[in-house]
Design a protein. Structure first.
Length: 286
């Protein structure tokens, strides 16, 4: 079988990327021409939907940058240069906006320096081209299914922790809102009490109590309700986020359970002609 070779025109010159599938988990592109090194492409979860494995992660080097550090010799570098670069991007498609999105992580040298503009543009073009090529491969669903198997255990641990933290944050905001409301009522009541005393027995101290300045009853009565509204809104938003996390956790756990293979009535009556069911991917192409 001949290898798939991409020809990519870049500001640094022509780059040829030879696809080398690595099992069902990833595709590694060997770069020649204006760049030398490797680009690693694997499936991953959607950046905003943790339970949907419909995205592609591109890493400079021969391994998934989220799981390991690439060997220095596999990092892409310009022809004639010894400086290898790290970085990557995530490519995905949204159902509501059916066009490609890409979020890049910073590209930098092994020493932590940013590349020259031409080199940075070249690396970005190569990563996008490799992601686009994988997105149209016939075995894309295998890469996405493999990413679900690989990432789900870690995602469940993270989402469980995040949900517990979110519940604690929401409860904290709710307590703050209650305290602000209570303090606001106290400030208003105390202000009116001082106002009645001033009416009954005018006194300079009471006038000072009723004035509006930092830390005064009037100032507290003014800003505490707004603080309470902010805390209530933040608490609701955190509760909504926790609800989404809970749904995504349930979805991920459901995806972990193997699907049962069933046979129709006709198949049970004629076992000799029964054929195995074809397994379908739960993912749609990125």
């Amino acid at each position: 079988m001949t290898a798939d070779i991409l020809t990519i025109d870049t500001p640094s010159g022509t780059v040829r990327a030879t696809a080398q599938p690595r099992g069902k988990d990833a595709v590694v592109y060997a770069l020649t021409g204006a760049l030398r090194g490797c680009v690693h492409v694997a499936g991953t979860h959607h950046p905003r939907h943790w339970d949907q494995f419909t995205a592609l992660r591109v890493s400079l080097g021969s391994v998934n940058a989220m799981e390991a550090t690439a060997p220095a010799e596999s990092l892409p570098r310009r022809r004639g240069s010894a400086t290898g670069y790290t970085g990557g991007l995530v490519r995905w498609t949204d159902a509501d906006y059916p066009y490609q999105h890409a979020a890049m992580t910073p590209v930098e040298s092994a020493a932590g320096n940013a590349p020259a503009p031409t080199t940075g543009e070249t690396l970005a073009l190569v990563m996008r081209a490799c992601a686009e090529d994988v997105a149209h491969r016939p075995d894309l669903h295998r890469l996405l299914d493999a990413s679900r198997e690989r990432e789900t255990p870690g995602l469940l641990r993270f989402l469980d922790w995040s949900m517990r933290r979110g519940e604690a944050e929401a409860a904290c905001f709710e307590r703050k809102a209650q305290a602000h409301r209570r303090d606001a009522r106290t400030a208003v009541s105390s202000w009116w009490t001082a106002a009645r005393w001033l009416t009954a027995r005018p006194h300079p101290v009471l006038t000072l109590v009723l004035m509006n300045y930092r830390g005064s009853l009037a100032r507290r009565a003014d800003y505490l309700p707004a603080y309470a509204e902010y805390a209530e809104r933040a608490g609701r938003e955190e509760r909504d986020r926790v609800g989404r996390l809970r749904n995504e956790i349930a979805s991920l756990r459901a995806q972990q359970r193997p699907r049962r293979r069933t046979r129709g009535p006709a198949a049970r009556q004629h076992p000799a002609v029964d054929t195995p069911l074809t397994a379908h991917s739960r993912n749609s192409p990125a």
